[in-house]
Design a protein around this ligand. Structure first.
Ligand code: M6R
Length: 364
């Protein structure tokens, strides 16, 4: 049932504050200022390396998680798409943690990678949205997301719920490793608990984003730029746009532009810059200015301070609430999802059932 929404994707985008709150509810103890996992006795103490494997949007959630694991726990993280992982003969030390992320829990490549990792002596953790799925059954540590059934082929609410679980997991892991003080853990819990309200504030920009859609719908190519944990958000924005609107889009690490893609920039290429204010902001803005100097049409997604600091020269700005960098990916997911959604609607494509795609990819 789509309720009063036109598409399941739209309904699922708007459900995010609620389902993220629901998911966080089972991973946070706000009063104690602690994160908690469903299997509290799971032993991370001897784990010296984490390997993350997933496909598509779930892979981008994994890329964000890599930043968190490295930052909080100072543990090296390797990450790969499932379709490449098995075939490159990955070096897996006995007793490492292999982490699989999947909405469906049935993606063939991810499931095969899980079995490969198990055979190589890894402990298996899975973040899945379907608790009865194959991956859920084969896990040592099952970390469910509580997004509820996701119908739209484009993954939206499952993604932000994955991010919520992964942030809690990274914090828990860091605590076990002795890398997080109680104060630091408490701060993480506080920031995560602020995510649902910030996501609501992001959703309030729906109409503004809809108004931008015709401009993007006319384009043949669109670029998305971000840095740090917002680089995977650029990749995710581009994936969303191409899968439902059929417009060619690329996500790039903002600093990579000058190594090639800047040659593509002219006045016909919209460039979506994802840049919350914070330690990486100035660098991203200088990459943005390089694009503007070549006539690129920049849409800046930032907060009030960022938009002010970036100055003039953008064709549009989308103002997100001021948030801690930890939760920025959860909040900034919303404008990129909404932009893809409205562009697809403007183009008249089948938003919930895009051509050539299946919700669950059970072939390799
Ligand atoms: O069910 P999974 O999370 O394993 O699916 C992985 C990808 O097939 C999926 O995220 C796909 O990229 C989506 N259509 C993206 O919106």
């Amino acid at each position: 049932d789509k309720g009063n929404h036109r598409h399941f994707m739209q309904k699922e985008i708007f459900e995010q504050p609620v389902v993220v709150a629901q998911t966080l509810g089972s991973y946070l103890r706000p009063l104690a200022g602690e994160v908690a996992l469903p299997i509290p006795e799971f032993d991370f103490a001897d784990i010296r390396r984490v390997t993350i494997v997933a496909c598509g949007t779930s892979f981008y959630a994994g890329m964000v998680a890599k930043y968190w694991f490295e930052r909080f726990a100072r543990v090296p993280v390797d990450i790969d798409v499932a379709s490449e992982f098995r075939y490159r003969e990955p070096v897996l030390e006995e007793g490492g943690l292999a982490l699989f992320i999947s909405q469906s829990g049935e993606t063939a490549d991810t499931l095969a990678a899980l079995r490969h990792a198990r055979a190589a002596g890894q402990k298996i953790a899975v973040v899945v949205n379907v608790p009865t799925s194959s991956m859920a059954r084969e896990a040592d540590l099952l970390l469910p997301t509580h997004a509820g059934p996701e119908i739209g082929v484009a993954s939206t609410k499952a993604f932000t719920c994955q991010l919520a679980v992964l942030a809690a997991l990274a914090a828990n892991f860091a605590r076990v490793k002795g890398r997080l003080t109680p104060d630091e853990e408490q701060a993480i819990v506080r920031h995560l608990a602020e995510a649902p309200a910030a996501m609501n504030a992001a959703l309030a920009h729906d109409e503004e984003i809809e108004a931008l859609a015709p401009l993007v719908a006319r384009a043949r190519d669109v670029l998305y730029l971000g840095r740090g944990p917002d680089y995977p958000m650029a990749l995710e924005g581009a994936l969303k746009l191409k899968e439902i609107s059929y417009i060619h889009a690329e996500g790039y690490a903002a600093g990579e532009m000058k190594h090639g893609p800047i040659a593509l920039i002219d006045e016909d290429v919209p460039v979506i810059v994802i840049a919350p204010s914070g330690p990486l902001f100035d660098k991203t803005v200088s990459n943005m200015q390089e694009v503007q100097a070549r006539g690129g049409k920049v849409v800046l997604i930032s907060d009030a301070a960022g938009i002010m600091a970036a100055g003039e020269g953008t064709i549009a700005t989308i103002e997100m609430p001021e948030v801690h960098p930890l939760i920025a990916p959860l909040v900034y997911a919303i404008p990129v999802q909404l932009l893809a959604y409205h562009v697809a609607v403007a183009k008249g494509t089948d938003v919930d059932q895009p051509r050539n795609l299946a919700k669950s990819v059970t072939v390799e």
